[in-house]
Design a protein around this ligand. Structure first.
Ligand code: FAD
Ligand code: GLY
Length: 408
């Protein structure tokens, strides 16, 4: 049962349109993470009237916790060939997206294009790495196989036993925290209305009229289009009709950052081992991530989590032992049943989803913004995003066909 909402709120606390030339809000977006901000910016730039509601400050949830890897290849697992089309498209869009963002916000998030090394740290790991290389190369990914000596030439601080690596040329990285700030500025500069510290308490989503958004402060907004981009919290928004609920849950990730000497960093490329990834920022921060845990919304940072990360990173880069610990944190990936995002319309007209980005939300920011804006402006999703609609989770029909001939 959906929670019932008070439809008698037609009166004075309905803050829809009266102070907006008698019109309803065109689009309301719930969630000021990378997804909500990217969509809001595209729509505001296209001249739409957009209001974005964020219960805290923008970009402080999963978007803050991320490592900023744009890792279409390093993240690609067997069975994810369709998702790869979306993630590779995102990689193509990134350079122009950055230029546009800089022009729109005056801020260019730090972007590094040295590429990614996925290493085998001993002979046992080489066979598994070779399998991965062959699988990913067959998908057309631009990869190079490096022998141990070649890997250590590129990264001299790697453990001497490093036996081989896949060098993924087009898996770059961006500073995700700067990205969130840039998107926020671009959205506001384009005329978007940003309401931080504004929590949505409940939704009322009739099929044939404006959506109502009940705020925790008692205000009620109305919107023609409502975009749910509340990350791991999207499914739990009170009042969301069952038919529009995405199968999304929180997948906890713990990470930490060490401080390297920026003039003499221990690492230049993004590095993956079988246990951890290490992401070197230009300012000397070395991000080490991340656990993947099914623990609901438990946000604790644990000794076990940090130990596993440090031990995993030390196996690859023994020199980290001397680095000061800067920060540790946790965040919630919005993980979908099939690890792919849910993008676009729902069975409720005017209600749209942008969630389930799991491990790739930063990478997919340009695609998410573009696709949801297209959906709202034209009613059509770009081709590459169509397989990622909510409709893919429709329950199979249980109606069996009657046999043509009944046996006596
Ligand atoms: P979020 O950033 O979580 O934003 C959702 C927002 O909705 C929040 O700000 C929240 O406050 C708001 N909200 C929720 N409920 C309400 C409400 N009722 N009212 C108002 N506001 C509400 N991706 C990559 O591409 N590369 C990486 O290297 C990478 N590394 C990661 C490492 C870790 C440890 C984690 C946890 C994730 C990582 N990700 C990475 C995944 C990426 O961070 C996410 O996919 C992405 O940030 C999801 O963005 P979002 O906007 O959907 O969600
Ligand atoms: N994409 C890295 C992570 O989710 O941990």
């Amino acid at each position: 049962m959906e929670p019932a909402l008070d439809h008698a709120s037609e009166g004075s606390n309905v803050a829809d349109t009266k102070h907006r030339n008698g019109e309803r809000l065109q689009t309301v977006i719930i969630g000021g993470g990378v997804c909500g901000l990217a969509i809001g910016w595209q729509l505001a730039e296209a001249g739409q009237q957009v209001t974005l509601l964020e219960r805290e400050r923008c970009g402080q949830a999963a978007t803050h916790a991320a490592a900023g890897m744009l890792a279409a290849a390093a993240e690609c697992e067997p069975g994810e060939e369709q998702l790869l089309q979306l993630t590779r498209w995102a990689q193509e869009l990134w350079p122009t997206f950055l230029d546009r963002l800089e022009a729109a916000s005056g801020l260019r998030p730090d972007y590094r294009d040295e590429g990614t090394l996925v290493v085998a740290l001993n002979r046992d790991e080489v066979d598994r790495l070779r399998f991965r290389h062959d699988f990913q190369s067959a998908l057309g990914l631009p990869l190079q196989w490096l022998e141990g000596r070649e890997v250590r030439e590129r990264e001299p601080h790697l453990r001497q036993s490093a036996a081989a690596a896949i060098y993924s040329l087009e898996d770059h990285q961006v500073d995700n925290r700067q990205l969130a700030e840039g998107l926020k500025r671009a959205f506001v500069n384009a005329g978007g209305e940003l309401r931080e510290h504004t929590e949505v308490a409940a939704l009322d989503c009739p099929e044939d009229s404006a959506k109502r958004i009940h705020l925790a402060n008692g205000e009620v907004l109305q919107a023609e289009h409502l975009v749910l981009a509340a990350g791991a919290w999207t499914r739990g928004l009170p009042g969301l009709p069952d038919a529009a609920k995405p199968p999304v849950r929180p997948l906890k990730g713990q990470s930490l950052a060490l401080q390297m000497d920026p003039a003499a960093p221990l690492l230049e490329h993004v590095l993956w081992t079988e246990q951890v990834y290490c992401v070197p920022r230009r300012d000397g921060r070395l991000i080490i991530g991340a656990t993947v845990e099914e623990r609901g919304f438990d946000d604790s940072v644990t000794a076990g989590g940090l130990y596993a990360l440090i031990e995993g990173a030390r196996r690859a880069l023994p020199g980290i032992e001397d680095l000061p610990l800067l920060e540790s944190w946790s965040g919630f990936r919005p993980g979908c049943r099939d690890d792919a995002p849910v993008l676009g319309s729902t069975p409720v007209p005017g209600l749209h989803l942008a969630t389930g980005h799991h491990r790739n939300g930063i990478l997919l920011a340009p695609v998410t913004g573009h696709c949801l804006a297209e959906q709202i402006l034209t009613g059509e999703m770009p081709e590459a995003a169509r397989p990622f609609s909510l409709a893919r989770f429709k329950p199979r029909s249980t109606n069996r066909k009657k046999p043509l001939l009944q046996s006596a």
